[in-house]
Write a protein that binds this ligand. Structure first.
Ligand SMILES: [Cu+2]
Length: 221
């Protein structure tokens, strides 16, 4: 399991970084969409509302995955963006539980709760510690390197979340039913991967032609 996690992580980071090596984009876009069928909930599922009945009042989060291209079309490759996203803190829960962003994105962490929180990460992709801050306050972190960031609260051990940072824009957080749609791509062959709770669970090669839509079914083992 540990090895699989490492491989998955390496694969994800490679997928996030290798944007510059695919064929150049053309004008005629093609669409990649489909469904990522998630695995059944694990006994060690770390989303708090599911593992501890005392957490029933906490914000229940849908189970979602992230689907992305391992290698992005080069013409669309961009170094980063000036974007802002929000990871809220409500009912001792990070909302959303999974956030996917481009490099260069600043994420705000408002405290919309009734208690203090202390958001931090020990991830190599982006290490930070925002310290304790009160209700109604907000702090922010900018993410400049692609990779996976695990987010925790130093006060509430059940609080955790993921931020996936991509060097390209070809990713989508799935809907709760697993459906996804990637931004339009030039015709070509792409490797599509599906991530869930720290692991890459499915990868498929997809051929998509100009003006067409490729429907991709990704199935967790
Ligand atoms: Cu907290």
């Amino acid at each position: 399991m540990v090895l699989r996690r490492r491989l998955a992580c390496a694969s994800l980071v490679a997928g996030l970084v290798l944007g510059a090596w695919a064929p150049a984009a053309t004008q005629s876009g093609a669409t990649i969409r489909g469904r990522f069928t998630l695995p059944p909930p694990r006994p060690d599922d770390r989303r708090p509302a599911l593992i501890d009945p005392r957490n029933a009042a906490r914000t229940r989060q849908p189970r979602v995955g992230v689907v992305y291209l391992e290698v992005a079309p080069s013409a669309a490759f961009e170094d980063g963006v000036s974007a802002r996203q929000v990871m809220d803190q409500r009912n001792e829960t990070f909302v959303p539980h999974v956030l996917a962003v481009r490099t260069g994105t600043t994420v705000d962490f408002p405290n919309s709760d009734r208690v203090y929180h202390n958001v931090f990460s020990l991830s190599a992709t982006r290490r930070f510690d925002l310290g304790r801050y009160a209700v109604g306050r907000s702090k922010s972190v900018r993410f400049d390197r692609p990779g996976v960031v695990r987010v925790f609260c130093d006060i509430h051990s059940h609080m955790n979340a993921f931020i996936l940072v991509f060097a390209h824009r070809y990713f989508d957080v799935t809907q709760p039913d697993g459906t996804f749609q990637l931004p339009p791509v030039p015709p070509g062959t792409y490797t599509v991967s599906a991530w869930y709770e720290g692991d890459v669970l499915a990868t498929r090669q997809v051929v998509v032609r100009a003006g067409e839509t490729a429907i991709v079914d990704l199935q967790a083992p």
